[in-house]
Design a protein around this ligand. Structure first.
Ligand SMILES: Cc1cc2nc3c(=O)[nH]c(=O)nc-3n(C[C@H](O)[C@H](O)[C@H](O)COP(=O)(O)OP(=O)(O)OC[C@H]3O[C@@H](n4cnc5c(N)ncnc54)[C@H](O)[C@@H]3O)c2cc1C
Length: 461
C-alpha cells in the first residue's frame, strides 16, 4: 500500500469517525466489479455509508481533495456504471436500506436507496399494494441502482419502467448539498422536472438517498402461459398477433432455442427438445376477464403456429416459470466460457427483422448467438457466445453490427441496462453531437469538476 493510499484511508476515517472505510484488498474485492463482465477496477477506498450525513461528508471530501466517487448499490449493473474506472472512492449505499413508509392512504412508499427490490415488493404486496418495476435481478439489485438506471423488466410492457413510479427524490449533489425534488402527491408540475432528470442519470449527477415511489392496487388475478413454436420467428409473429388483437399482457417474453437448451438442465422448468422458440405471456387484472384474456392469447399463439400452449395451473407453477426465466443470463454463461450480452430495443413491429439480423451477423462471424427478452416492448437481449479470447475481437465487431442494425430499425443501443462504460462508444451513433454536448453541459452544471462517476455515458473526447 502506498503512502498516498494510507493517507486516503486515514483521512476518510478522520472525516467519518466510526464508519466502515475499507482499504484495497480482499474485503474490497467485491466492490471492484459488477455484472458487466468488463473486468476489475480496484477503488482506492470503499466507504459504506451509514446515513445521509456520511454521503454528504464523502461528497465534500471528494470536492476538497479532488477524488472521484462512484455510487454503488447491489452491483448487478450490466453496463459497468458502478466500476471505479478512475480509482477513487466507491460509495456503497447498501446499508441505507430502510423502507421508511408504505402508505395505503397516499399509495406511496418512501425508501432508502439500499433497499433490495424484492424486499420492497414483498412489503408493499403485504399491504395489498403493487410496485410494478421488476428487473430480473430483483433478488439483489437495489432501488438506488434501479433509479439510476431507470430499470425496466418484464412488467414494463404494461406498467412502464422505474421512472413512471418516482414522485420525489432526496439527493446529495457533488458538492455535498442535500436537495429534495418532486413531491408526495401523485401530481405536481412545479419547475423543471429534476426528479426525472436524476432518474436514469446513472449515478453521474447526484447520489440518491431517498425516494418517494408511487404504488398501485395489487392485481387480484394473474394468469400465465407458455407457448412453444417451431421457430423463434413464429414466436415473434405471435407477439404481433396478441397486440394486434387489442390485448395488453403485463409480460410477453421470448426465448430462442439456444436459450431453452442452456437453461433447461439447470432450471426448475424443463423445455421440450426440438422447439425453436417460446413465449411466456402473463395477463393480470382484477376480475374474471383476466382468464379470458389468457385464453385469447393462447388461441392467438396457436393460430400463429404454436406446437403447444401450457397454462400455469397454480402459483407454484407460475413461480417455477419465472424462476426459470430469471436463470437465463447465468445459464448462458455456462454454455461457452465468454459471452457479450447486449440489450438493444427496437419498435415492436421490427422484432422479426432484428432477430434475423442477429442470426445473419452471428453466422457471418462464425459465432453462436442466443436471444431472449422482453419481446412485447421490443427489448431483446442479444448474446454472442465465444470460446476463446481470440474470438473477443470478432465478437466486438459483431456487436458493432448488432448496434447498427438496432439503430437502422429505429431502435436504441440500450433498452434498460444503461450506457455506463460498456456502451459509451456507441452513444454518438444514436445521438447527435449537439445532443451529447447539451448533456455534457447538464453534467457540468451538477458536477463541474467531473468527480462523480467520471468517464461514464459520454464518449471519450
Ligand atoms: C441476472 C440479471 C438480470 C437483470 N435483469 C434486468 C432487467 O430485467 N431489467 C433491467 O433494467 N436491468 C436488469 N439487470 C441489470 C441491473 O440489475 C439493473 O441495472 C439494476 O437497476 C442495477 O441495480 P444495482 O443496485 O445492482 O446497481 P449497481 O450495479 O450497484 O449500480 C448501477 C448504477 O447505479 C448507480 N447507483 C447505484 N446506487 C445509486 C444511488 N443511490 N444514487 C445514484 N446512483 C446510484 C451506480 O453508480 C451505477 O451507475 C439485470 C442484471 C442481472 C445480473
Amino acid at each position: 500500500m502506498s503512502a498516498n493510499q494510507f493517507d486516503l484511508i486515514a483521512a476518510l476515517q478522520r472525516e467519518l469517525p466510526g464508519a466502515q472505510v475499507i482499504a484495497p484488498g480482499e474485503r474490497a474485492a467485491a466492490y471492484e466489479k459488477d455484472e458487466s463482465g468488463l473486468g476489475r477496477f480496484p477503488p482506492q477506498a470503499v466507504v459504506i455509508a451509514r446515513d445521509v450525513a456520511d454521503v454528504q461528508a464523502v461528497m465534500r471530501f471528494s470536492r476538497a481533495h479532488r477524488i472521484p466517487v462512484v455510487p454503488r448499490g447491489g452491483g448487478s449493473g450490466k453496463s459497468g456504471g458502478a466500476l471505479a474506472i478512475a480509482g477513487g472512492i466507491v460509495l456503497s449505499l447498501e446499508k441505507l436500506n430502510r423502507i421508511l413508509e408504505v402508505s395505503r392512504e397516499d399509495m406511496v412508499a418512501v425508501v432508502e436507496p439500499g433497499v433490495v427490490l424484492e424486499t420492497l415488493q414483498a412489503a408493499v404486496e403485504a399491504a395489498q399494494l403493487f410496485y410494478p418495476p421488476d428487473p430480473n435481478s430483483q433478488a439483489w439489485c437495489t432501488l438506488g441502482g434501479n433509479l439510476a438506471h431507470n430499470a425496466g423488466g418484464p412488467r414494463a410492457l404494461k406498467y412502464g419502467v422505474t421512472r413512471d413510479y418516482v414522485l420525489g427524490l432526496d439527493a446529495v449533489l457533488p458538492d455535498g448539498e442535500l436537495v429534495h425534488c418532486g413531491h408526495r402527491s401523485w401530481k405536481g408540475v412545479a419547475g423543471y422536472d429534476l426528479t426525472q432528470l436524476l432518474v436514469g442519470s446513472e449515478g453521474t449527477l447526484a447520489v440518491i438517498v431517498r425516494a418517494t415511489l408511487k404504488l398501485l392496487p395489487l392485481p387480484r388475478r394473474v394468469e400465465t402461459l407458455l407457448a412453444f413454436f417451431p421457430s423463434e420467428e413464429q414466436a415473434a409473429r405471435a407477439v404481433q398477433a396478441i397486440f394486434g388483437a387489442g390485448l395488453l399482457p403485463r409480460a410477453c417474453e421470448l426465448l430462442d432455442a439456444a436459450v431453452m437448451e442452456a437453461v433447461s438442465p439447470r432450471a426448475p422448468f424443463k423445455f421440450p427438445t426440438g422447439v425453436g422458440g417460446a413465449l411466456l405471456v402473463e395477463h393480470d387484472g382484477h376480475g374474471d376477464g383476466v382468464a379470458d384474456e389468457l385464453v385469447r392469447s393462447g388461441e392467438l399463439c396457436t393460430e400463429a403456429g404454436a406446437l403447444e400452449v401450457l397454462a400455469a395451473q397454480d402459483e407454484t407453477q407460475r413461480k417455477r416459470l419465472w424462476e426459470t426465466r430469471r436463470m437465463i443470463s447465468t445459464a448462458l454463461s455456462a454454455v461457452r466460457p465468454h459471452k457479450i450480452s447486449e440489450d438493444v430495443a427496437v419498435p415492436r413491429g421490427k422484432l422479426v427483422e432484428m432477430i434475423r439480423a442477429v442470426r445473419e451477423i452471428g453466422a457471418r462471424h462464425g459465432l453462436p448467438t442466443a436471444c431472449y427478452g422482453h419481446a412485447g416492448d421490443g427489448n431483446l437481449h442479444v448474446n454472442l457466445l465465444f470460446a476463446s479470447l481470440a474470438e473477443r475481437e470478432t465478437s466486438h465487431r459483431a456487436i458493432d453490427e448488432v448496434m447498427e442494425a438496432a439503430l437502422r430499425l429505429g431502435g436504441t443501443i440500450t433498452g434498460e441496462h444503461g450506457v455506463g462504460l460498456a456502451k459509451k462508444r456507441y452513444l454518438s451513433r444514436e445521438q447527435s453531437p449537439a445532443l451529447i454536448a447539451l448533456q455534457r453541459r447538464v453534467k457540468a452544471a451538477f458536477d463541474p469538476e467531473e468527480l462523480l462517476n467520471p468517464g461514464k455515458i459520454f464518449p471519450d473526447a
